[in-house]
Design a protein around this ligand. Structure first.
Ligand SMILES: [Zn+2]
Length: 368
């Protein structure tokens, strides 16, 4: 069963890949793909709406009314599903396959995620998760991708679905979460209650799909708990470098990968190999070593090009290396949260020695 993920253009492509990476970690009958295509939602398809704080926090039922205060960009469900159908036509996607649109835009019924009543299309909202779940957006987004697929396979239509929502949250995927703040319970438990399990079995949903959904939910729960406990136990996760491209991966966080460009990764590996620290104005003394790292990572086959890039990187006249260091910091912080990222970013100020905390013998990373 193929599941094609697409994004609307405003949803950050790194975050899109993080969700896809996470889902692909749980192999099974559902196979998650993307062709990296993104869809454009035109200005005239977006409505600016204002919610007061109360309504912003309310997930509306099929009937709804609107209010004012918080400005939200709203797109109709039909528009989202129309984009999914365009993608189907263009890429010859079969009716049995799923198309999932990940989008920052809110929607006219103010739901987190929903399926198309007429086809195997669904959308998942990717924005505002910090308001409701306070967690890494990958988890709520991946959670909704798999649970909405399961619901689409379980229920005939919205009438049927509406008969089975839990109005009172029990930590099950069928909790309606009319008050959006209730979503954190659903994510933390990441479970399916006994009544719903019985229903899944009565409705004869393919058990291999159900198993895979369980695997994803279990994985999400473990990783979320790991991150939450960090606040108390300060146990930094293990970081490993994988393969020829030295992918930077955190296995305990569901193989979360920090995606750096070859030049950024060159800078990172250089400092990783110098736990004693190096001042920025001494970096050019290490030209040969830096060039060597870059040659092993870069896809550029022209030696002259590679040399020019490294010379620019280490030139005391350019700001290039500082820029790379801040960009690396941003990428780690976005993926791990600022606190957890502290051990892994290249620390130090101005003329001080710069080094990565994690290399100071506090935690040992492995190279494979
Ligand atoms: Zn339930």
């Amino acid at each position: 069963m193929n599941v094609h993920l697409i994004r609307s253009s405003e949803f950050d492509s790194n975050h899109f890949w993080e969700v896809l990476d996470l889902l692909q970690k749980f192999p099974g009958i559902m196979r998650f793909f993307t062709n990296e295509e993104h869809v454009l939602i035109a200005d005239e398809e977006i409505r600016q709406e204002k919610y007061d704080s109360e309504n912003f926090h309310v997930q509306k039922s099929l009937s709804m009314e609107m209010c004012s205060d918080k400005k939200v960009e709203v797109v109709k469900w039909e528009t989202f599903f129309g984009k999914c159908n365009d993608f189907r036509r263009k890429n010859d996607i079969g009716d049995e396959e799923f198309v999932v649109l990940l989008t920052d835009y809110s929607n006219d019924k103010n739901w987190f995620a929903a399926a198309d009543p007429n086809a195997r299309n669904l959308f998942v909202q990717t924005k505002y998760w910090d308001y409701f779940a306070g967690s890494d957006q990958r988890y709520p987004v991946a959670y909704h991708v798999v649970t909405v697929i399961l619901k689409k396979l379980m229920f005939r239509d919205y009438l049927d679905l509406n008969l089975h929502w839990h109005e009172k949250p029990v930590g099950c995927m069928m909790d309606f979460c009319r008050n959006k703040n209730e979503i954190s319970l659903k994510l933390r438990t990441a479970d399916i209650c006994p009544d719903c399990l019985k229903l899944i079995s009565e409705r004869k949903v393919d058990h291999t799909v159900v198993q895979q959904v369980f695997d994803v939910l279990d994985g999400i729960r473990t990783q979320m708990v790991y991150k939450e406990r960090f606040v108390i136990n300060r146990k930094a996760p293990l970081m490993v470098f994988e393969g020829r491209n030295q992918r930077i991966v955190f296995p305990e966080l569901g193989d979360l990968e920090i995606r750096l460009t070859p030049l950024e990764k060159t800078v990172y590996l250089f400092f990783y190999r110098h736990p004693e620290g190096v001042e920025l104005n001494c970096v050019q003394d290490h030209r040969a070593e830096i060039l060597n790292i870059y040659e092993s990572l870069s896809n550029a086959d022209n030696v002259k090009t590679m040399e020019a890039r490294i010379d620019d990187l280490i030139s005391p006249l350019s700001n290039s290396i500082s820029e790379k260091i801040s960009r690396i910091k941003r990428k780690f912080s976005e993926a791990l949260g600022e606190e957890m990222a502290n051990d892994f970013v290249i620390g130090g100020e101005n003329a001080e020695k710069r080094f990565i905390q994690d290399t100071k013998g506090i935690h040992n990373a492995l190279t494979s």
